[in-house]
Design a protein around this ligand. Sequence first.
Ligand code: NAP
Length: 348
Amino acid sequence: MNPTATTSHQPPQLAQQLQMVERPTALPEPHHFKLAEVALAQPQQGEVLVKNLVMSVDPYMRGRMRADAVYAEPFQLNEAMTGGAVGEVIVSRHPDYQPGDRVLSMLGWRDWFTTGVAAGELQKLPKLAAVKPSLFLGTLGMPGLTAYYGLLQIGQPQPGETVFVSAASGAVGANVCQIAKLKGCRVVASVGSDAKAQWLKEQCGVDAVINYKTCGNLTRALLAAAPEGIDVYFENVGGDHLEAAINAMNPYGRIAACGMIAGYNETNPLPGPNNMMLVVGKKIRIQGFIISDHFDQQPAFFAEMGPWVAAGKINSQETVFTGLDQAVTAFLSLFSGDNFGKVVVDLS
Ligand SMILES: NC(=O)c1ccc[n+]([C@@H]2O[C@H](COP(=O)([O-])OP(=O)(O)OC[C@H]3O[C@@H](n4cnc5c(N)ncnc54)[C@H](OP(=O)(O)O)[C@@H]3O)[C@@H](O)[C@H]2O)c1
């Protein structure tokens, strides 16, 4: 097969990529990263050349910046970082891929790349005119699947129960809130700004929202928002949020431990909740999960989430940064709360 190039994008000689040049020990800073230029390889037989259109930044990438990363491979120094991205095939030397195909890969943090497809490096995306590519990095991508699996399989909410969600306006949290509402639950959310709280109430149907930065004592605020207690806690933050959730939890409550972002940049571990004995008395189940263990749940996820999205039953908020040189700033917004909804970087 002869390589074919679309007219919309001409491949450059050099591709840009972000590399980590020093491991951060606290909050990462721009000097820990470098924008590097590397030769863009021509695709060989069985390979494709892709231009990234949009890339994801996610909190788990902070863990990969540590040499002792827990569940995902550490990023290597002076090599391109990796992460979710949606791109367009520009040149194909593989019979299953055509120029113009949209593909999901883990080859984000770069503008162009050449790759083989034999080992499943790429996932071809459906051509849905109404669905913008970034949705496959958010609501219809890894964060959406995380919300769907973690809430339904681990939280096991029943209609009429109360679900508490932290980091609730974020990529995962906003989907958890809306899926819980669709499943007939009462939803109480926690966020770090009034604008996020307003959006959750007005656009996502969340019943009560706490601004944890201004509410004072979090347990008291949670009990006021959920006077009958909570049955499920979707844990994204850790620390004081976990402690408040345990305080407010009803007997046989479930905690889906998805993440604990409050501690990701701490040099010393945050103090643990001081009320763990309540886990015994209330017979609470706490279960962690890593979504990459459950990618086999994608068909069930698409089958239920796809129609919800198509019917406008799930709202998605995005913060879009433009250009690879903004990717580190985009990543850091996850920890300052400057982001609102899913954070992506437009590389188109
Ligand atoms: N287990 C898994 O497989 C899996 C997969 C994906 C994500 N996760 C986890 O899910 C959580 C949410 O991820 P996401 O991608 O949806 O990110 P996100 O919620 O879109 O962005 C992070 C949000 O966390 C909040 N935050 C940051 N620092 C905080 C702090 N010190 N205290 C309280 N809130 C803080 C901020 O919102 P506010 O303005 O509201 O503070 C920020 O917007 C993270 O813990 C992540 O590690 C786990």
